[in-house]
Every structure is written in structure tokens, then in C-alpha cells.
Ligand binder design. Structure first.
Ligand SMILES: NC(=O)c1ccc[n+]([C@@H]2O[C@H](COP(=O)([O-])OP(=O)(O)OC[C@H]3O[C@@H](n4cnc5c(N)ncnc54)[C@H](O)[C@@H]3O)[C@@H](O)[C@H]2O)c1
Length: 372
């Protein structure tokens, strides 16, 4: 069968180099690196200790220096940026090195940023280990650290040479982290009809090793990666509003995360809640038909039937959440712009939406959480 071997996507970016994505087994990594004729003198693998102890046997044939970094969002900071640059200097890392990032989105964002600036840019490969990193953060070339209270505020667009996904790594991921990635997968299902149909066709959804091993799951990951790459290729540096459609669900998601102090809902949960509220907003604005709105809700509920959501959002006023939406927008772009679904498979940017419609969509979301 196709997936028992491997899957490859090659994308030619205009401003940057080619990016190659492989879905394959980690054991084949070195073979593929050689096949792609990457020129490097030394490899430097950067990961977390926890991941290394789980997976070191699978790197047996890869000769590399290893560097460990702490876990958690705190490492996306100037302190760690400086720490890592100094480590590179001590290890005499130069442009002939190839850096391998083995971890989730946090590691990818920080190390990617260091690679984009250290000696004005060195080559790196992403080996994402979380579902979110496989379908989202490792794709598209965005690197970043946080600055004061602003997330991803300082960063760059800098593509990795290759993204290598071994989906079997997801078997050791917690259920919470799988849902984190599922939020983005549901977003892609609204952007791309093919993904919606694949997800819709599946009768039952249970998180298990069998699911992770299934052709269905690998196919979904592959299609999400392809969808993001195709969008990014048309708008590499987010200058043409095309990339904006990837923000679907995220405007309200960010406000939910901020309003709850990033403590209650994971990013993936907030994205799922944002998708519900923004789809309702689109329906209320008569951009999305009731039939299409029902189809979106049907899919979301099917994939979330075993998922509990904290009721904390019910205790926060709609006005407060709205203020966070305004605040977020003020920092980044001045007016209230939302990426909203027109139908499954099509998303557009809508501007100047009235406050009352946004408040209604937050109310709808709160009622949805209440009923669960
Ligand atoms: N650059 C982008 O385009 C982009 C897009 C979306 C999100 N992000 C960023 O991604 C970050 C979140 O990434 P994330 O969700 O991958 O979180 P993460 O990198 O913090 O990983 C989550 C946790 O899972 C553990 N883990 C990772 N892989 C594992 C595995 N295979 N088995 C067991 N445990 C494992 C990690 O050690 C960590 O504790 C945020 O900082 C966000 O801003 C970036």
C-alpha cells in the first residue's frame, strides 16, 4: 500500500529555497537526507530530554551532536535565543551545519528563529513530534519568540530545508496534545472540501494507536500539510491576505486564551471554540448558509463527542471577550477583520463586522459549552 512506504511533497518557493516534506519512518531519515543530496559537514540535533529518552534508539544510525532544551512556552524568549546562540558558538556551529529540530511547535519556533539569524541563516530540518507541529507549526516557515506579553511578536519567515513526519511518534503524545492538533485539522476541513469529506466519511473517531497507524490518519495529515503549503506558496510573507484564511477560528480563539489567562483552554481547544463561534458569526451575517453551518457543526460534534470543555468561559462576560478581540486586532491591524467560511472549501476575509454580531456569536458559543 502507498503509505506503507512513504509520501513526499516538494514545493518551490519563490523567495526562499525548495521545501520538501516527507511522511516516512524515522529509520529512513538518513537515507532520505543522502538521497536529497543535502550538503552539510555536521548534524546538530536539538530536542527535549524527555523526547530523547523515548526515541534515542530510533536515531541509532544518525551521527549527530545533541543539545537539550527545556520544555514549555517559556523557552520562546530572548533569554533562550541568546542561550542557544551562545551554545552554537561554543559548538563552533557554522553555515555548513544542518540543524535537526526534534520536537513540537515551541522548539520549532525558537530554534527556527535562531537558525534564521545565527550567521545570517543556517539550514535546518524540522522533525515534528506533535500533531499540531506536523499539520501546522512546522509548515510555512514562520519562526518566532514571544516579546513581553505578546505572542510570536519577534520572528522571521525562514523555511526549513525539509520537514520529516513520522506519524508513529504521535503514539506517545497525550490525548490533550492530540486534541490540540485536531483543532487545526478541523480548521483545514472547513478550508478544504477534500479534508471535510475524508473526515466526514469516517464512522467512528477514537484516539488510539490503531487510529495513529491507520491509512486514514496519515492521509489526513498529508492533506493538511498540502493545504497549508499551497496557501503559503501563494503568500509566502503574508502580504497578500491569502494566508489570512489560515487564521480561521483564531481571532476568537486568541481572545478566549487571553481572557482566560492561557490557563484554562489549550490552544487547540480554543481553536475549536473559535471555529464554532466564527462559523456562527458567518451564518448570522448570511455569508454561510444554514445548511453549510449545520454541516460544519455536525463534523465538529462528531469529532468532539468524547471531549469535555471547561465551563470557565461561561463565567466571563461576552463584553470582556469582545474587548480582547478588539485589543488583539488593535495591536496587529487596526480594524475588525475575520477570516470567515463562505461554504465548506472556501474562506474569505470580512471587515467592519458589527459588535452586536460578534457578541451574538460569543453567546452562541457559551450556550454550546453549557449544553455539553
Ligand atoms: N510557526 C507557526 O506557524 C506556528 C503555528 C501554530 C503554533 N505555533 C506555536 O507552536 C507552539 C505549540 O506547539 P505544540 O502544541 O507542538 O507544543 P509543544 O512544542 O510545547 O509540545 C507539547 C508537549 O508535548 C511534548 N511532546 C512533544 N512531542 C511528543 C511526543 N511525540 N511524545 C510525547 N510527548 C511529546 C513536549 O515535550 C511538550 O511538553 C506554540 O508556541 C505556538 O505559538 C507556531
Amino acid at each position: 500500500m502507498f503509505f506503507e512506504n512513504m509520501k513526499k511533497i516538494k514545493i518551490q518557493f519563490i523567495e526562499q529555497k525548495n521545501v520538501i516534506v516527507y511522511i516516512d519512518k524515522l529509520e529512513n531519515f538518513l537515507k532520505i537526507l543522502n538521497k536529497e543530496k543535502f550538503s552539510y559537514t555536521k548534524l546538530l540535533l536539538i530536542t527535549h530530554k524527555k523526547l530523547w529518552y523515548i526515541y534515542k534508539d530510533r536515531f541509532e544510525n544518525i551521527k549527530s551532536k545533541i543539545l537539550f532544551l527545556s520544555e514549555g512556552e517559556k523557552i520562546k524568549s530572548f533569554e533562550y535565543f541568546k542561550f542557544l546562540c551562545k551554545k552554537f558558538l561554543d559548538l563552533k556551529v557554522d553555515r555548513k551545519y544542518l540543524v535537526l529540530i526534534f520536537g513540537g511547535g515551541v522548539l520549532g519556533d525558537l530554534v527556527g528563529f535562531v537558525c534564521s539569524t545565527y550567521m545570517r541563516g543556517i539550514n535546518y530540518v524540522q522533525i515534528p513530534t506533535t500533531l499540531l507541529a506536523m499539520v501546522d507549526s512546522s509548515i510555512g516557515g514562520k519562526t518566532a519568540i514571544n516579546f513581553y506579553k505578546y505572542k510570536n511578536f519577534v520572528g522571521s519567515f525562514y523555511q526549513p530545508r525539509m520537514i520529516f513526519c513520522d506519524t508513529s511518534l504521535l503514539k506517545t503524545l497525550s490525548e490533550k496534545e492530540i486534541y490540540n492538533g485536531l483543532g487545526e485539522i478541523l480548521k483545514y476541513a472547513i478550508i478544504n472540501k477534500k479534508i471535510y469529506n475524508l473526515l466526514n466519511f469516517k464512522k467512528n473517531f477514537y484516539i488510539s494507536d490503531d487510529l495513529i497507524d491507520s491509512k486514514f490518519f496519515k492521509n489526513i495529515i498529508f492533506e493538511c500539510i498540502k493545504t497549508k503549503l499551497e496557501i503559503v506558496k501563494k503568500d509566502e510573507k503574508e502580504t497578500k491576505c491569502i494566508r489570512e484564511q489560515l487564521n480561521l477560528g483564531h481571532t476568537i480563539a486568541h481572545a478566549i486564551e487571553s481572557a482566560t489567562g492561557y490557563r484554562i483552554y489549550s490552544h487547540g481547544e480554543a481553536v475549536i471554540l473559535g471555529l464554532i463561534a466564527e462559523s456562527f458569526l458567518s451564518y448570522k451575517l448570511k455569508i454561510l448558509s444554514d445548511y453549510e453551518f449545520e454541516r460544519i457543526m455536525f463534523l465538529v460534534e462528531k469529532y468532539l463527542k468524547d471531549k469535555k470543555f471547561d465551563k470557565a468561559l461561561l463565567k466571563i462576560s461576552k463584553e470582556k471577550i469582545f474587548k480582547f478581540i478588539q485589543y488583539d486586532k488593535k495591536i496587529y491591524q487596526k480594524n475588525l477583520r475575520f477570516a470567515l467560511p463562505i461554504r465548506i472549501g472556501e474562506v474569505k476575509t470580512v471587515e467592519n463586522i458589527e459588535r452586536s454580531s460578534i457578541i451574538k456569536s460569543i453567546f452562541f458559543l457559551q450556550q454550546w459549552i453549557k449544553k455539553r
